[in-house]
Ligand binder design. Sequence first.
Ligand SMILES: Nc1ncnc2c1ncn2[C@@H]1O[C@H](COP(=O)(O)OP(=O)(O)OP(=O)(O)O)[C@@H](O)[C@H]1O
Ligand SMILES: O=C(O)[C@@H](O)C(=O)CO
Length: 440
Amino acid sequence: MVRWGGVADDFTGATDLAANWVARGLRTSVSLGVPEADQLPRLAAMDAVVVALKTRTAPVADAVGQSLAALDALRGLGCTRFYDKYCSTFDSTPRGNIGPVGDALMAALDADVAVVVPSFPANGRTVYHRQLFVGDRLLGESSMRHHPLTPMTDSDVVRLLTPQTVNRVVSVPLPVVRGGPDALRGALRAAGGEGRAYAVVDAVDDADLACIARATADHVLVTGGSGLALGLPRGDGDASAAMPVEPGFRAVLAGSASAATRRQLAAARGSVAARKLDLAALRADPAGEVARLTRWARERWSAAPDAPVLVHSVDEADGPDDPNNAVGQNGQNGQNGQNGQDAVPPGGRPAAELVEEALAACAVAFAAAGARQFIVAGGETSGSVVQALGVRRLDLGPALAPGVSWAHGAAADGRAYNLALKSGNFGRQDIFTSGWEAIS
Ligand SMILES: Nc1ncnc2c1ncn2[C@@H]1O[C@H](COP(=O)(O)OP(=O)(O)OP(=O)(O)O)[C@@H](O)[C@H]1O
Ligand SMILES: O=C(O)[C@@H](O)C(=O)CO
């Protein structure tokens, strides 16, 4: 039997891939970080294991080293096929890390060709003529061009990947995909026959993904967003084992500045008690700001124990394309508009780091106050939060939206949590209010 191993460059991406494998009937667990020995027996019983890393914006050598360590662990677990999961909006910089990590995995697995498939039509990501669309906009003209860590200003996947890799990058147009699995298999074989190559494959609907999945059935490595996993044939079994629900207070921690998160914040306004992080206060006295937020959360929970509290880091009311929402390229500054009341002093720490640390500290303090159910928005944010809580494995539960699921995870200190790690641009508008119903 094929056992899949996934290497994901952020934590929301890992649960995104896991949710899609579960939807295809594969029993899937997520290891938060490279699994340690005590986790191996449980993971070895799964049809698929995703190792969640926090390598999207890490230094290139770290990202490569961690990804290879993840690959070794997955091979040790008996995985025979591998999925290099990156963002469906190809979040990266001209240096990486999509290219360098893919290069290292291809070399380690001796793969001649690896497909590049960011498409995830259920979430509006499609690739046509190698251009990546987010809904009806080109990636480079979408709100992703304002991303604080990886602003995406180009849409051509071949052009985005080429400067990041030592391998050739070719594109496979939609008519070849529509020609069926045999035609596509032939095109991929030809691409790999001339030296190691990536093949950026057009895909605009789920049938295209199913064709790519069939044409790559003998590929040891595939790369992409999670959409390609939905192209796999559906197994018979029900892979979503009943997830334990952990009673406790509820919190939303939103460190995502993405357009969908902003819409979700706007939708929660008025019905969920919310506080925005005060960046100036955080810079002056981070522990004091977290203590203030924790006092506030305790007060809210004592008044309404079942109601969630929400801590967020950007203003929800502004439109996604409002330049005031640009929180600072590479998180290095935040001097723009209302979101960035925080001018970074010389030698000061990037606002993005302060935000991640503050939300992680809130998670720990809220957990100490009795919170057990968290919706976390943003991949980097989720990585910080889950690491701070000390959770090392997630078992998937009910789905909330394409690529977003509840999960259950136990921490080393004996506490257990229900966590929904939401990619910045995923999820229904009312997820912060209605997302709890699935675990009520
Ligand atoms: N007001 C702010 N000023 C500066 N940086 C911020 C601010 N708010 C959030 N950030 C930072 O922006 C980054 C957002 O990345 P994150 O991955 O959490 O969200 P996302 O990109 O929307 O989600 P995903 O990666 O799942 O698409 C984090 O590093 C966060 O700390
Ligand atoms: O693929 C996606 O868009 C998401 O899983 C993600 O990686 C966002 O961080």
